[in-house]
Design a binder for this molecule. Structure first.
Ligand code: GLN
Length: 542
């Protein structure tokens, strides 16, 4: 029978509930349990798809085409379990389902209320679309005390009542600050946070306390006493350098044992060698290369979380630390500024993006990479701009553009409806902004002998997409007249998936987001190859 572990957070946000949930899931997997991880987000958007990445962080896309919270990316990277649409729910989605039912008359004349109708919908979500999992870990977004998360807390309180304590466990994550003037850890914020949770009828069974350094037994005793939790269930989570050390540190603190004890399961000896090996490799990296990412959301590692992680996985694979610098596209105005800002890097990456701002600078950086034999990777928007950059040097096509940011000139990047007759392929929803992109996994067929084929070493690949616009294949011949090859295309031959230059050491653009599928134990071949190209570039430049 499935057991549910609910993870809440208190005191402050950004304590790393997503990482803690992922690490716990990984430990349970190592004990041979089947696990699913789900995220309940309290905000009113139907999904994070319409939110600015600078507010909410990256939008993580699942295979089945859902735009979800970036924590689902961590879940996948830590566990390899492929997330589904049904693994992320928001208050907005819950309410829209409830209101749909109300309009259909499904509530048979009742007054529709938060309790029971909204909470029922939440409980329903937590328990559906499962396939005999031993554990479902549910992370509750937000911080305890937020008005928004109350219905979620109420729903999990009810579930404890319905399923019993043998099938439900509450883990609460808090902050244990060290106050240096007093030279002691302060347990009060944790006590208050637990009190707040208690006011929703939830007594945590296990506490994870985030701290900057190891805390003493006294603090543990105090927390145990005031929060009504056995001493051994007060788990210390000291800050670590890399998120991938968390499974090891939580295991060292015996969190898995506590969970097994709690559920009355036999204790298992876990083999953590894969985590240890990975972290050892990280510590032993002895090369360094540099990469310029040209974009407009600057210094926001959260907006491009999966990209950072994918680069990191491949740097570990290649034993070379990739030092990433963000270059504000707006600073790139001409060839000279490109030389000034880009010449010191071993490669250039233009990531996914939206809108007009920074486009000219990005195109200039692509031109710089092409002409200076710098390794270049263009992802989604980056690939579309590489196509525009290429066709603009063909006589008569100097004004080529994308319908995303200009209506004048040849729209070599445009809505598919603008150039494909067969409307059944992809009808652009022009009325709705949310959820209307080409989303989720699509196949691509790679051309034998091409660079991309030699990287994947197979003809058919499947990668995740999130974009509205496509390369307009009415211009395919013109674009290809300039040294580009479309070495990956959709199975029906209508859509560009990969472009590359034949006579460049490493210049590849992909319409999809390879970063969404990279994991520490399965680094993505495209990033592996790109990082290798950075290393080669460094050797060449001496
Ligand atoms: N803005 C582009 C589009 O919608 C690219 C999107 C992206 O890079 N994810 O097609």
């Amino acid at each position: 029978m499935t057991k549910y572990i609910f993870i809440t957070g208190g005191v402050v946000s950004s304590l790393g509930k997503g990482i803690a949930s992922s690490a716990i899931a990984s430990l349970l997997q190592l004990a041979n349990f089947k696990v699913r991880i789900r995220k309940l987000d309290p905000y009113l958007n139907i999904d994070p798809g319409t939110m600015s990445p600078s507010q909410h962080g990256e939008v993580f896309v699942t295979d089945d085409g859902a735009e979800t919270d970036m924590d689902l990316g961590h879940y996948e990277r830590f566990t390899g379990i492929i997330s589904k649409k049904s693994d992320n729910i928001t208050t907005g989605k819950i309410y829209s389902e409830v209101l749909k039912k109300e309009r259909k008359g499904d509530y048979l004349g009742s007054t529709v209320q938060v309790i029971p109708h909204v909470t029922d919908q939440i409980k329903n979500f937590i328990q559906t679309d499962l396939s005999k999992e031993d554990f479902v870990i549910c992370e509750i977004g937000g911080t305890v005390g937020d008005i928004e998360s109350l219905p979620f807390l109420e729903a999990i309180r009810q579930l404890r009542n319905e399923l019993g304590r043998k099938k439900t466990c509450f883990i609460h994550l808090t902050l244990l600050p060290f106050v240096s003037v007093a030279n002691e850890f302060k347990t009060k914020p944790t006590q208050h946070s637990v009190k707040e949770l208690l006011s929703s009828g939830i007594q945590p069974d296990i506490l994870i306390c985030r701290t900057t350094k190891k805390f003493d037994l006294e603090s543990k005793k105090k927390i145990s006493l005031f929060c009504n939790i056995p001493m051994e269930s007060v788990i210390m989570a000291v800050d670590v350098k890399s998120i991938y050390e968390v499974p090891i540190t939580l295991h060292a603190e015996k969190i898995d044992q506590r969970i097994f004890d709690y559920f009355g399961l036999k204790n298992k000896k876990l083999d953590l060698h894969k985590w240890k090996n990975f972290n050892n490799k990280v510590k032993n990296i002895n090369k360094q290369v540099s990469l310029a990412i040209v974009g407009k959301y600057l210094n926001l590692t959260e907006s491009y979380k999966s990209l950072y992680e994918a680069i990191f996985h491949s740097s570990v694979y290649n034993n070379a630390n990739v030092k990433v610098d963000w270059i504000d596209a707006v600073k790139l105005k001409d060839k000279d500024s490109c030389r000034k800002y880009l010449s010191n890097f071993n490669g250039i990456l233009v990531p996914g993006g939206f809108g007009k701002r920074g486009v000219d600078g990005k195109i200039l950086s692509i031109n710089y990479a092409r002409n200076n034999q710098k390794p270049f990777l263009g992802i989604c928007f980056g690939m579309q701009l590489a196509v525009i950059e290429a066709i603009r040097s063909v006589k008569g096509f100097e004004k080529s553009t994308s319908s995303e940011f200009s209506k004048r000139g040849n729209n070599v990047i445009s809505f598919m409806d603008e150039w494909v007759d067969d409307k059944s392929i992809h009808k652009q929803d022009t009325k709705n902004y949310g959820g209307s992109m080409r989303l989720g996994s699509y196949d691509a067929i790679l051309k034998k002998g091409s660079k991309i084929y030699n990287i994947y070493k197979k003809v058919k690949i499947s990668e995740r997409h999130r974009h509205r616009y496509e390369v307009n294949f009415n211009y395919k011949k013109v674009i290809e007249s300039n040294g580009i090859v479309f070495s990956g295309i959709s199975p029906d031959g209508k859509l560009a998936e990969v472009m590359e230059y034949i006579d460049h050491p490493w210049f590849i653009g992909v319409q999809y987001h390879p970063e969404l599928k990279s994991t520490p134990f399965n680094p993505h071949p495209l990033f592996n190859s790109f990082v290798n190209a950075l290393i080669k570039n460094k050797k060449k430049d001496g």
